[in-house]
Structures are given as structure tokens and as C-alpha cells.
Design a binder for this molecule. Structure first.
Ligand code: RUG
Length: 834
């Protein structure tokens, strides 16, 4: 047991509360100190990798001091905290973000410049923390950023995967996956907390408590230790620093010395290997659930450690457990952390001795749930036998939750057996399955979708009966948002400087409503030119990036037409590449003089396909095959270029997004819950070509529909089209037919490779309605071209769009969650007087 000081701690406290000096000399001193004392280098043997590490550690010192202060303060005032539980945090890089947040960019630039380094090169030494697949994980990272910047006491909870999102290489046009060993070099942005470790049990058997109907003792000798790593989240322009606590499976206690001593060396480490694998790998699935046992065990390790940690913090307040919801709000980011519900019930009943009703009341007042999709393949369901084997106590609790819920519904709607079947948490399939979305819904006091259309759809589909049973008020909308810090100020410095000039200072970074002032600059010719020049510079930066990553030379004067996101059938990259093929066909029909008149275009794709998703991988191959033919066609030259940028990541996005003229968000209506890159593109002065889906709709409402190129069928029409196509052959228009014909004539290599993609449309019912939307898609492309020709019209659209995008700051989303779901208040640490 560690000892506490016997004297007053003020002696140390004074030192810990005075800010570390921020002048260049002190910074230089601390960089050199880390270089020598942390990394055993001398200034004579410094390289850019160590310059980065030493600088990052010196910035970290400044952050950790504030981090401590923030947590100490929030503890002291007994602030209610929100805990954002997410199996994914797609953080990206932290160094530049932290420098900007602390206002120390210039100082570090000077310190590094003094030894001949350029800050931008040093920033490039950092590896992304890619602990997420796409939108869902990046949203979680934006949300903790907003909590910190808006001074909300909030923590993220997640897993510290040893291997993050895989690295994508393109070989012979195909995606090849390589492990992302991001922890191979020291990570300045995590802080190991061996003192914060919890045991997590698996398997075993139950012993009923003779004195209580609901209480059990769960006995098992399969116990793993989850150890915390804290990742500080810098708040821009505030002393508050947020935290993401990531769990890693600790293995050293599992080393079997007896086996080792008897010569069984493999057996000695067997337990360690089994434990280690739990937090080794991020499942690379976006919008799919592949039902693997290891994933279930990951989810439980995460939930159990998190619940134990939240309760440990709560216990320190000495308040009764019934007050937990007054000090803690837990948000479930999708169904992945839903086991937190039965885990909290288990602890409250079995360990704390509460009655079922007391425990259920606390649990449902604490949890809230965000749904991010209605795609059937993404819906998490766990086979009852699997859950029962791995987590026997939780299976029992889930049965009871279901039983009491169904009993209540039976009272409300007597005799409606069909209703009970439909809403039961246990699906009567063979084997039975636990429907995690229903468990999350029943265990939470609020359920939200992530854009207005999506929140409406879930109320009409998966949660329709729950709305009837539990009331309209429980089901709300919280439209997603993105952080203006990363997605404007950091990634687009020139545009940000222009906005700062108009606003008068950089305060818009924390209050995006101020960008409205840009509207006053619409008629200012000089401003418009500078706006365009900033975009042009971003395009040149991307052209350079394309050259280094793909070897393809593109003209920065062409229209940059970008679709970057996970490769998925519903996102319809296939429709995009079909339209590129058709464009290529048209260009080939033209005379050189006619081609001269065309708007030159670079069509840019990037995105990863889940490793087991064959169709998505064939789409990547098709894009690369088309690129190869088009890019080497001398007749076509710069009029059309096609690029697939490998290994899409947060850092790549920061280069790609600011450079767009047009970006495509073209999911079949009703399938993309929200989308968040659509927001990022518009916030960087790009125009959207999109369907009437997800957040595109609200973006259109905010910035004016004239600023968006909408096309395609509407969500309410989709079912009828699908129904028709189930029984009738699609009728591709001549443009789509032309694209099919070109593929089938082996224009892009062996047609056999791509025939299944065409078959999915022509014989597979065209589930994503490519044949339905293609004609209006081609028309929309023509409208884009016309608008782009009129330079003035385009610049107006671009400025107006940014000016009207305030709603899509994640600060707005977080404020809404704080007020309507979490009931928490901002608690700025500044002048806290600790
Ligand atoms: O597909 C959705 C996006 O539409 C959304 O913007 C994002 C954040 O809300 O979440 C994505 N998502 C949904 N990723 N995985 C899922 C289902 O697990």
C-alpha cells in the first residue's frame, strides 16, 4: 500500500500549479533535456525522428500539467462527467494539434529552426493513432476534442490496440493489407497507468446466493488484467485538457513460472499469448458485424474495465450509489459497448448488494445510446450459446432484463404476441441471438440517431415499436459535427488566416457561428481572389502528395473531384468509376479541338476495404485498372486523370480535403446515417455532389440548396424501386450501358474480373440502385461542369458555403448532448484557485 505524505502538500502543490514557462529558451532547454535524458541522444546525433520525439515529449510536459489540474479540479468540485464509450478512436496525429491548442507553434518552429529543421517535416515524423475504421471512430475523436475545448468534464474510454487500422498497399491494382505497428516507436501521447488496472473475468460458472433471488457469485479462473493508458486531449485556447482512457491487456501476471521451471517454455507463456491477443487488433470492419468470439471478448474486457473504473472514481466521493447518475453520464457509441449495461447491473447487484429495481433504475438513468446505422449487416447480434459460455452471468442478466421488459409490454399491450416477438432482446432464431441494439435501447434513457433523416428512419424502422412502448421523447436526433480545430484551422492554414482576418481574431475556431461574417466579403474582389488562391495552394499541395504517393502527375488547374471514404457498396464508388468510364468514352469520341474545350478533371479516390469484403476489393481493382488506361492515354492527357491514393488516413485526409473543388457523397438515399466528411469538405470551401441522404440534407438546408448538386431518388422511393428490381431486369441508360460495354470489351484488362460487379446490378437486383440513379448522376456532373466554368459563380458558392456551416461544428453537437442527454455543465479550469 503506497504511503501518503505526512506533511501539508502545499510545498509541492505550488510548483505543480505554476505553468511551465513558455519562452523559447525554456522550450529549447526542455527539448534538449528530452533529447539527452529521455532518448539518450546528443545534439550532435539528432535526426528528424528524435527531434520530433524530444519536441513532442516537451509539449506533453506542458499538457500533462494542465491535464492533472483539470482532473484535480473536476474531482474537487464534484463535477458530473460524461464518459464516451467507444471501441474506436480515430485520433490521427497529436503534435501539431497540441501546438496549436497551447499556442506554441511559433515557439517550437523557432526552436527547431535554430538547429535547421523545418517544423512541417518534424510534424511528418508522427504516426497516426488509427484506432478506428472511419466516420464512427473519427466522430468519437472530434467529440472528446469538443468536450475539452468547451470545458465539459468528459472522458473517452476505448481500447489500446497494438495494431490499429491496417496499412493499405496497392499492388497490381489490388488492395494488400499490412499490419499497422504504430507502437513500434515511443508514443509521446500516451501515459501508462499501471496503478489503474482491473481484473476481468471470462467463462466459469455461477453459484446462486441463498439469500437473494437475483444475486450470484461468478467463479472463474480465467481472469485477465486490463491496464489503463491515458491519452491527453488538448483543449484549444483553454486550460482544460480532456482524456481518453484506453485499456490494454496486461500479461506479466500470466507468466507461469512453474511450467517454465519444469521446462515447458511454450506453456509458460501460453496464458500471456491468449491475453495479449485481446487488445492486439482493431477489427477492420466498418458497418459490418462479423460475429467473431474474440470481438465479443474485446467488447467485454473494454466494458468491464470501464465500469469498474467509473465506479472506483464514484466511490471516492462517498455518495450513495443511487446518486451515480448525478455524477456520471455514459454514452454508448453504437452497440459495441452495450455489455456495459449488464456489467453495471452485475456489479451493482452481485458486488454492491443492490436490489434488481435499484440497480436497473441507476443503470437506465446513467446510459444513453447513439445508433449510427440501419444496415442489416452492421447490426450486432451475439449467439446465445456463445454469450452464455463466455459470460454466463451476463447472459442471465440479459434474460432477466428481457423478461421484465416483456412483462411490462404485455401489461401495456395485453395479448399482442407478435409485438413481444418483434421487440424481444432475444431473437428466436436457431441458435437464438441477443439483439444488441434492443438491449442498448432498453438499457438507456435516451436513444439518438446522427442526422435528422437517420433519426426519423430509425423511429420508423428498427425502433418503431419501442417508440410506441417507451414514448416519442426518448428518441431524439443529434446531428453529427466535426472539430473546426483539426478540420479547418490545422489542415487549411491559408483559408483559416483569411477567416481570422475577417473575424478579427482566431476565436471562430471555438465559436464557429462567427464564420457567418464571411458573407460580408462576398463582393470584395480582392478577398475573392485570395480565397481562390488559398484553394489553389491546397490543390498544389495535394498534387505534390499524389505525385509522391502514386507517381501520377496531375495538373492543379484541373477540377479536383474527390471521393474519399471506406469502400462500401452502399457508398457507391462503383457508380463513380462507371461515370469516369463513360466520360473517358465521350472524350475518346471528341476531336482534339473539342477536347480542348472540356473542363479538365482529376478524379480522386481513396479508402480502405474491409479485408474480407471481396466486392469492395474488386471495386478498388477496377478503379486502378481504369486509372492505368486513362492516365497513359496520351490523347486524353490532362483532360482526365484518375487517381487512387493508397492508405487513406486522418493525416491523408488533412491534405486531401482542403483541396477539393467537388466532393462526392453519393450513397443510396437512406443508407448513409450521416456522413461527416461531407461536412469537412464544405467547411474547406468545397462543393458537394451528393444524394438526398444523411447530413447532406441538413447541409443543403443550412447553406442553401443552390450550393449543392443534389441528384438521385429519395429515401422514401427506395423500397419501391428495390421491390421492382427484385422481379424485373434493370434498364441501364445508354451511358451506363456504355460503361458496361467498355469493361466487357476488356478495355481495362480482363473483363471476367469485373463481371461480378456488373452482375450485381443486372442479375442481383441492383440493391443500391445504380441503374436508377445513374442518369440523374450524369446530369448532375454536367451541372457541376457548367458552374465550374463560371469562376465567379463557383467562388460565391464556396464562400457562402463556409459562411453558413456553423451548425456542423462538433461543439454544437456536444452542447446539445450536454444539455439534452447528459445534463452536464462546462467547468472551465482557468483561475480555479486550487
Ligand atoms: O456509416 C456511419 C456514418 O454515416 C456516420 O457519419 C458515422 C458517424 O456517425 O458512423 C458511420 N458508421 C456506422 N460506422 N460504423 C457504423 C456502424 O457500426
Amino acid at each position: 500500500q503506497p504511503k501518503t505524505p505526512s506533511k501539508d502538500d502545499s510545498e509541492f502543490r505550488d510548483y505543480s500549479h505554476s505553468e511551465i514557462s513558455r519562452d523559447v529558451a525554456t522550450i529549447k532547454n526542455s527539448v534538449v533535456m528530452h533529447l539527452t535524458a529521455t532518448f539518450l541522444r546528443t545534439p550532435a546525433s539528432i535526426d528528424s525522428a528524435h527531434a520530433y520525439l524530444a519536441s513532442a515529449f516537451s509539449v506533453r510536459d506542458r499538457l500533462l500539467q494542465r491535464w492533472n489540474l483539470t482532473n484535480e479540479y473536476h474531482d474537487k468540485i464534484g463535477a458530473k462527467r460524461v464518459y464516451y464509450m467507444s471501441l474506436e478512436f480515430l485520433i490521427g496525429r497529436t503534435f501539431d494539434n497540441a501546438l496549436l491548442a497551447l499556442g506554441l507553434r511559433q515557439e517550437y518552429s523557432k526552436v527547431l529552426g535554430d538547429v535547421g529543421f523545418c517544423l512541417e517535416d518534424i510534424i511528418d515524423e508522427e504516426r497516426d493513432a488509427a484506432l478506428g475504421n472511419g466516420g464512427l471512430g473519427r466522430l468519437a475523436a472530434c467529440y472528446v476534442d469538443s468536450m475539452a475545448c468547451s470545458n465539459y468534464p468528459g472522458w473517452g474510454y476505448g481500447l489500446r490496440y497494438k495494431y490499429g487500422m491496417f496499412q493499405q498497399q496497392i499492388l497490381n491494382g489490388y488492395q494488400v493489407e499490412a499490419p499497422d505497428c504504430w507502437l513500434d516507436s515511443p508514443n509521446p501521447w500516451e501515459f501508462p497507468r499501471p496503478d489503474v488496472t482491473y481484473p476481468v473475468k471470462f467463462y466459469g460458472h455461477l453459484v446462486r446466493d441463498p439469500h437473494s433471488e437475483h444475486r450470484f457469485k461468478w467463479e472463474s479462473n480465467v481472469v485477465y488484467d486490463a491496464m489503463a493508458f491515458d491519452v491527453p486531449v488538448p483543449g484549444y485556447g483553454t486550460t482544460n485538457v480532456g482524456n481518453i482512457r484506453l485499456w490494454s491487456c496486461k500479461t506479466n501476471t500470466l507468466f507461469d513460472l512453474n511450467k517454465f521451471n519444469s521446462g515447458d517454455y511454450q506453456g509458460a507463456t501460453g496464458g500471456q499469448v491468449a491475453a495479449q491477443i485481446l487488445t492486439d487488433v482493431l477489427y477492420p470492419n466498418d458497418n459490418t458485424n462479423d460475429g467473431k468470439e474474440l470481438r465479443l471478448r474485446q467488447e467485454y474486457l473494454f466494458c468491464s474495465a470501464t465500469m469498474q473504473d467509473i465506479l472506483a472514481r464514484f466511490r471516492k466521493t462517498n455518495r450513495p450509489l443511487s446518486e451515480l447518475p448525478d455524477l456520471a453520464a455514459i454514452q454508448l457509441n453504437d452497440t459495441h459497448p452495450t455489455l456495459g449495461v449488464p456489467e453495471l447491473m452485475r456489479i451493482l447487484i452481485d458486488d454492491e448488494g443492490l436490489s434488481w429495481d435499484e440497480a436497473w433504475d441507476i443503470t437506465t438513468r446513467t446510459f444513453a445510446f447513439t445508433n449510427h446505422t440501419i444496415l442489416p449487416e452492421a447490426m450486432e447480434k451475439w449467439p446465445v450459446p456463445m454469450l452464455d459460455k463466455i459470460l454466463p452471468r451476463h447472459m442471465g442478466i440479459i434474460y432477466d432484463i428481457n423478461l421484465f421488459f416483456l412483462q411490462k409490454v404485455e401489461k401495456q399491450f395485453p395479448g399482442d404476441r407478435e409485438l413481444l416477438n418483434k421487440i424481444s432482446i432475444i431473437e428466436e432464431s436457431n441458435p437464438q441471438q441477443v439483439r444488441m441494439a434492443f438491449l442498448a435501447c432498453v438499457g438507456s434513457h435516451k436513444v439518438n440517431g446522427v442526422a435528422a433523416i437517420h433519426s426519423d428512419i430509425i423511429k420508423q424502422t428498427i425502433f418503431k415499436d419501442f417508440v410506441r412502448i417507451q414514448g416519442e421523447d426518448k428518441f431524439i436526433n443529434k446531428t453529427n459535427g466535426v472539430s473546426p480545430r483539426r478540420w479547418m484551422n490545422e489542415c487549411n492554414p491559408d483559408m483559416s488566416d483569411l477567416i481570422t482576418e475577417v473575424v478579427g481574431d482566431r476565436s471562430w475556431v471555438n465559436d464557429l457561428t462567427k464564420v457567418k461574417q464571411l458573407e460580408g466579403k462576398l463582393e470584395d474582389v480582392n478577398f475573392r481572389e485570395r480565397w481562390w488562391a488559398a484553394k489553389q495552394k491546397n490543390k498544389e499541395r495535394l498534387a505534390e502528395y499524389i505525385l509522391t504517393t502514386t507517381g501520377i502527375k496531375v495538373s492543379a488547374h484541373a477540377l479536383f473531384d474527390i471521393q474519399v471514404k471506406r469502400i462500401h457498396e452502399y457508398k457507391r464508388q462503383l457508380m463513380n468509376i462507371f461515370s469516369v468510364i463513360y466520360r473517358y468514352h465521350l472524350l475518346k469520341q471528341m476531336s482534339p479541338e473539342q477536347r480542348e474545350q472540356e473542363v479538365p478533371r482529376v478524379v480522386i479516390f481513396a479508402g480502405k476495404a474491409a479485408s474480407g469484403y471481396w466486392v469492395a476489393k474488386q471495386v478498388i481493382k477496377l478503379i486502378n485498372s481504369v486509372a492505368e488506361v486513362v492516365n497513359s492515354d496520351e490523347e486524353i492527357g490532362d483532360v482526365l486523370k484518375v487517381v487512387f491514393i493508397p492508405d487513406y488516413s486522418v493525416t491523408a485526409a488533412e491534405v486531401i480535403i482542403p483541396a477539393s473543388d467537388i466532393s462526392q457523397h453519393i450513397s443510396t438515399a437512406g443508407t448513409e446515417a450521416s456522413g461527416t466528411s461531407n461536412m469537412k469538405f464544405v467547411l474547406n470551401g468545397g462543393i458537394i455532389l451528393g444524394t438526398v441522404d444523411g447530413a447532406n440534407i441538413e447541409i443543403g438546408e443550412e447553406i442553401g440548396e443552390e450550393q449543392i448538386f443534389f441528384f438521385g431518388c429519395l429515401a422514401h422511393e427506395v423500397e419501391d424501386f428495390r421491390h421492382y428490381l427484385r422481379f424485373n431486369q434493370p434498364k441501364p441508360d445508354s451511358a451506363l450501358q456504355t460503361a458496361f460495354d467498355m469493361i466487357q470489351r476488356n478495355t481495362f484488362g480482363d473483363a471476367q474480373l469485373f463481371q461480378p460487379l456488373i452482375d450485381a446490378i443486372m442479375r442481383g437486383g441492383d440493391v443500391y440502385l445504380l441503374s436508377v440513379d445513374f442518369p440523374s448522376y450524369i446530369e448532375a456532373h454536367k451541372a457541376v461542369e457548367e458552374a465550374y466554368r463560371s469562376h465567379d459563380e463557383w467562388v460565391t458558392k464556396s464562400i457562402l458555403s463556409v459562411a453558413r456551416m456553423a451548425k456542423f461544428s462538433s461543439d454544437r453537437s456536444i452542447q446539445e448532448y450536454a444539455e439534452e442527454v447528459w445534463n452536464i455543465e462546462p467547468q472551465p479550469v482557468l483561475n480555479c484557485g486550487l
